[in-house]
Design a protein around this ligand. Structure first.
Ligand code: FES
Length: 314
């Protein structure tokens, strides 16, 4: 699938991957602020670091002078990370001032993002929060005391609603409110929940229930076909049965996540326990392609089909 990116998004992405002067891909050694968000298994992950010019007496007045990111993800993930760093550095923000930057500011800076890619801008804002939290701890700033409440990780712990992306009920509830998400498609676009197998959409306590509890019932959505449980580990299966299990797992648990980022995967051959695969679309030639194959595809196949499987990239 080809995404409709703005001219500015394409320009920012190209400049970033070529490391042009003024871009921010990379990592600061011994940073003053460090934060991460996302997960490689989920297809997007961002590590964010910043350096401050320390104020001699009042840490709250520290000014961010440099910001860098390492992003595992697609065009929009890299462009959104680049936008976040540019906004912060150009604005000469204090760490606390930088918290005013929202995912909407990032989208605006990029002249828009496809709705299915909004999660890339959300990821940047979350990583920034984590980095400011880290800076405050290092500089001895009591954020609560000065009226800044940041979510610590513990607040998002709880029942997992979307197993494909390991997203919990408190986190999804918080994001539904913060980002004014009104439909399952909105949730998937913003935080990816529901974007793979779909079994969390209408399950009891699933995404639709969380939406209804937050906003009240307003219209129904078609119930997706229930997704069957992952194939059990192979004990004595024929090569044909093994192939079918691998094919089914890729179709149900892997391909939707890759397609959500404009990529795809093809099984070229299966020999014994070796699965020969080729990534295509946006995943082909992506610097993170190997990580996707090993960390996401191979791990999923091991869990769902057989622990002995190995994925070989073609
Ligand atoms: S459990 Fe949410 S998409 Fe699979």
């Amino acid at each position: 699938m080809a995404w409709e990116y703005s001219e500015k998004t394409r320009r920012i992405f190209t400049a970033a991957v070529h490391g042009e002067p003024g871009t921010h891909m990379g990592e600061i050694d011994n940073p003053d602020g460090f934060g991460e968000h996302g997960s490689i298994v989920c297809g997007d992950a961002l590590r964010f670091t910043f350096r401050v010019l320390q104020h001699p007496t009042d840490p709250v007045q520290d000014v961010i002078t440099d910001a860098r990111y390492l992003t595992f993800g697609c065009t929009s993930a890299i462009a959104a990370s680049e936008a976040l760093c540019s906004l912060i550095v150009q604005g000469r923000y204090t760490p606390i001032g930088a918290l005013k930057i929202t995912n909407q500011d990032i989208v605006k800076f990029l002249d828009g993002l496809p709705s299915q890619k909004i999660h890339c801008s959300v990821m940047g804002a979350e990583a920034l929060e984590a980095a400011v939290f880290n800076w405050a701890q290092k500089r001895g700033v009591d954020l609560e005391k000065i009226g800044v409440h940041l979510k610590d990780k513990g607040e998002d712990e709880g029942r997992i609603v979307c197993k494909c992306f390991t997203l919990t009920e408190p986190y999804i509830r918080r994001k539904i409110k913060e980002l004014n998400l009104r439909t399952i498609a909105d949730i998937t676009g913003a935080i990816k929940a529901g974007g793979a197998c779909g079994s969390c959409h209408h399950a009891p306590g699933g995404l639709q229930d969380l939406l209804d509890e937050t906003w009240g019932k307003n219209g129904s959505q078609p119930t997706p076909e229930p997704v069957s449980a992952a194939a059990s580990a192979t004990t004595e299966v024929s090569p044909f049965q093994l192939y079918r299990k691998i094919e089914k797992t890729i179709a149900e648990n892997i391909r939707p996540a890759l397609q959500a980022d404009g990529g795809d995967i093809e099984i070229v051959d299966v020999k014994d326990t070796k699965v020969y695969c080729r990534l295509s679309g946006a995943c082909a030639g992506c610097p993170g392609a190997n990580a996707t194959l090993k960390l996401m595809v191979e791990r999923t196949l091991k869990e769902a089909v057989d622990e002995k499987l190995k994925v070989i990239a073609l």
